[in-house]
Ligand binder design. Structure first.
Ligand code: NFA
Length: 101
């Protein structure tokens, strides 16, 4: 059988760019109850109780805190769902996304 030349040669494997991840960022506000923020972080981002409280407190003290990183579509969907969960209860709770450096 002839050599088809399809054997992968490690020296010339093309480098494939990994899609950039996007950060989901929790923004502080003066109104949303702390326990509600923690509840949303646990439900939507699957954070444990301790990590959810740390993220909430960091946003409360510094104005914002990175929650987690995901592919762009996942980050945007989670940020929208989490923001909508606050709106549904009349809270101004807001999550944004931005590309990782
Ligand atoms: N700052 C809010 C309060 O004191 C709590 C909060 C934390 C809201 C993080 C939004 C984000 N009730």
């Amino acid at each position: 059988m002839s050599d088809t030349g399809t054997r992968l040669r490690p020296q010339i494997l093309p480098k494939v760019a990994r899609p950039r991840l996007h950060k989901v960022i929790l923004l502080n506000d003066d109104f949303t109850p702390r326990d509600f923020v923690v509840m949303v972080l646990k439900a939507e981002f699957r954070l444990g109780a301790d990590q959810a409280r740390r993220v909430m407190i960091t946003a409360h003290q510094k104005g914002a805190c990175v929650v987690s990183v995901y592919p762009q579509d996942v980050a945007e969907t989670k940020a929208t769902r989490a923001t909508d969960a606050g709106r549904a209860k009349g809270h101004p709770l807001t999550f944004t996304t931005e590309p990782e450096e």
